[in-house]
Design a protein around this ligand. Sequence first.
Ligand SMILES: NC(=O)c1ccc[n+]([C@@H]2O[C@H](COP(=O)([O-])OP(=O)(O)OC[C@H]3O[C@@H](n4cnc5c(N)ncnc54)[C@H](O)[C@@H]3O)[C@@H](O)[C@H]2O)c1
Length: 347
Amino acid sequence: MKPKFGIIGCGSISRFHFSGLKKAGAEIVHIADINEQAAAPYVKEFGARFSTDCLRVLEDPEVTVVSVLTGSKHHREICLAALAAGKDVICEKTMMDNADEAEEVVIASLTSGRLFFTAFMKRFFPAVQKAKELLPSLGRLFSAQVRAYQNWGNFYELDNADEYGWILKNYGGAVVKCAGSHMIDMTLDFLGRPESLYAHVDYVPGSRLDRKASAIFEYKNGMTASFETAVHPLKKIGYEHNSWDEYIQINGVNGCIDIYTVMWDHPENNGALLVHYDNERETSTEYRFDAVNPFDLEMEYFCDCLEQRKQGNPGVIDGFNVDTVIGAISESSQKKAAVKIDWRGIL
Ligand SMILES: NC(=O)c1ccc[n+]([C@@H]2O[C@H](COP(=O)([O-])OP(=O)(O)OC[C@H]3O[C@@H](n4cnc5c(N)ncnc54)[C@H](O)[C@@H]3O)[C@@H](O)[C@H]2O)c1
């Protein structure tokens, strides 16, 4: 059966969901936002019903799937209510505010029998999908380097952190949640769950605004991934020389891969790049792809899964995994010690 969408939250990320769903031929029947003006253009475009109260969307019998696109602090309440109302869910990242909430939603989701997707759209870059295909050819993996640097300005000489308080209010954290979460998801998708990690988080003094975090993820077999995310003021760094510097390198005994992603809100400018070094052939191959919007591919995939009643990935466990690692990064930094990651018996 074709899914019928209810959309909750019409802010900055929603335009990518709306346009991706439109291209996928999805039907959007009900839209909610506490701010009527934010929703108005989409309500008109899709001829959908509108409510300021998101519960009206959950009560709507025509809605089969709910996209939760509000700031992260509302995700738990809306996702739990949506599952209880018998709806499938697509939830923007980060899935929840913390690992406790994520565990609660995993349990609710698995017992509900509904489908649940967490919208880590970077997995849908063709470069990332090709890298997954090449991964087994790298043989035994021994290390990875992961970076997510974003130009938000000079947070190292800030006079007043208060003007950025809205970031914490909306997203429940700053650079780790906003920039780092995608790369944490990608790392876990490629390498699996680490056993423990050691991390350092640097905050704007006198605030909870995290501006840089470094972590070593430790795996059972001695493999490590070194992860760093930072806010920075450097204007031309990165693969596209546009100050977006984000990549993952994975090293194995038979070769390595490097993926350089492109800006999340300008993916039409360039394709993400994949470089594969093959140790046997001693060749390095650059895979160039057409510039595509990963949100479009993600929405097409989710619609397909929903129609076929298939639980694809990223799902609720992927959301839980990222929220758990983010919690462990913060815990390790506070304790100034390595922490064993508690996966809470969730497989
Ligand atoms: N995939 C990405 O790269 C990416 C990028 C940016 C944001 N995000 C995620 O998307 C989510 C939304 O972020 P955003 O930047 O669009 O935020 P935003 O503040 O621009 O939009 C949120 C919208 O939700 C509405 N809203 C808030 N509470 C509501 C409620 N109870 N019921 C109905 N509507 C409500 C607000 O009025 C606003 O229009 C966050 O989880 C964020 O982490 C993901």
